[in-house]
Ligand binder design. Structure first.
Ligand SMILES: [Ca+2]
Ligand SMILES: [Ca+2]
Length: 376
């Protein structure tokens, strides 16, 4: 009876790796087992099987590929120094596109551009235009690298199952701030990413879902506003001093930061701005080189620069350029654009936007909306 049960079990399939055996890196092993189960479930029959005649359709092969990637990119510190990834993303592709699941249960799907080796897609109903826009490959090594922005990646392997159908199994996460995943994954990928790097990718934030859309409030009193108290706001939500009633009076210096992104020489970077000029009713009288040059609060007696604006911050936090309203003192928005030559000179660099306010007084507030990187 015991023999019969054992042979029956091995004849059906082997469900996965024994992650507790000590032979595997636990996080990678568990991710591979979960991905294999998810892919089998999505396909509707067993394709990832330790007993498969195709060695690439086994848990062991997937583990070896993804562990090699983890060690050579994450543990080596070329992408991230603590060796960890955030989660997994796995699914199926065919001649028309791809669909899969993210580890925490989000469905994803999209299309493939086989000529450009680019993938676009939708995750949980939200269009993710950046998937593969900077890099996406299924090269001879059968690896797939997507870079979403200047820090976030999704990378792993794909395997043909039959005809034009196949599976993909990837890990995802961020590189350390300031490390471009296209650089961090270069040695593992062993391919030319320059063509993908040459593509201009549009990106924008309108805050119209009432959230910061990935921007972070570091300090101070700027938040997402629905325009309450501001008579002529042009859109449902934007970023502004909160609450509006205290807009011209004393506050701790405010700083709100965008996610990192990488500049392309063809990018135009602009923002709709309303409220006061750089110094309320006046234009800027000095140029801060970084956030550290600002006063800690808006009291005129506090040492440092008192000003409002949007700075283009480099990975070392230095400010390469500043966008400030010079025509305003109005609730109506106007479009302000960074100097194109300054943007072109920063091509390839990971940067982010710092929206700051260390000024108080008449028109002592500024609002921003529709912050956008556009391409020709
Ligand atoms: Ca808006
Ligand atoms: Ca202010």
């Amino acid at each position: 009876m015991l023999i019969a049960l054992t042979s029956l079990a091995s004849a059906v399939s082997i469900a996965g790796l024994d992650c507790s055996s000590g032979a595997y890196t636990l996080s990678t092993c568990e991710a591979v087992n979960e991905m294999g189960a998810s892919i089998n479930s999505q396909y509707g029959t067993t394709v990832v099987d330790e007993g498969s005649a195709n060695s690439r359709l086994t848990f062991t092969w997937l583990y070896e590929q993804l562990e090699d990637m983890r060690v050579s990119t994450l543990e080596s510190g070329s992408c991230r120094t603590d060796g960890a990834f955030q989660g997994w993303h796995a699914g199926l592709y065919d001649g028309n596109g791809w669909s899969g699941m993210v580890d925490f249960g989000l469905p994803s799907s999209g299309t493939l551009d086989r000529k450009l080796h680019l993938a676009s897609g939708v995750v949980d109903g939200v269009t993710v235009p950046m998937i593969g826009d900077r890099a996406s490959s299924y090269n001879a090594k059968q690896v797939w690298l997507n870079t979403f922005n200047a820090t976030d990646w999704d990378a792993g392997v794909f395997v043909r199952i039959q005809g034009r159908k196949g599976l993909y199994a990837t890990l995802y996460g961020p590189c350390d701030a300031g490390i471009d995943p296209q650089v961090g994954f270069e040695d593992w990928y062993t391919g030319d990413l320059s063509a993908a790097q040459g593509r201009c990718t549009e990106l924008s934030w309108d805050f119209d879902d009432g959230t910061l859309q990935g921007w972070t409030v570091e300090q101070g009193s700027i938040g997402v506003s629905d325009g309450t108290g501001d008579i002529a706001y042009s859109a449902p939500y934007y970023l502004r001093h909160q609450p509006f009633g205290s807009r011209d009076t004393f506050h701790t210096t405010s700083l709100v930061r965008s996610p990192f992104f990488t500049i392309h020489p063809d990018h135009t970077i602009s923002a709709q701005m309303n409220g006061g000029r750089a110094e309320g009713t006046s234009n800027a009288t000095s140029t801060p080189g970084s956030f550290a040059d600002l006063a800690g609060d808006t009291n005129g007696a506090t040492p440092g620069i008192h000003q409002m604006g949007v700075a283009l911050a480099l990975a070392d936090d230095g400010w390469a350029a500043i966008l400030q309203s010079t025509l305003n003192q109005t609730d109506v928005f106007e479009l302000n654009t960074f100097d194109p030559a300054t943007i072109a000179a920063l091509a390839g660099q990971p940067v982010r936007l710092d929206f700051y306010d260390s000024f108080q007084g008449s028109w002592g507030w500024t609002g921003i909306d529709d912050v956008a990187l556009t391409c020709p």
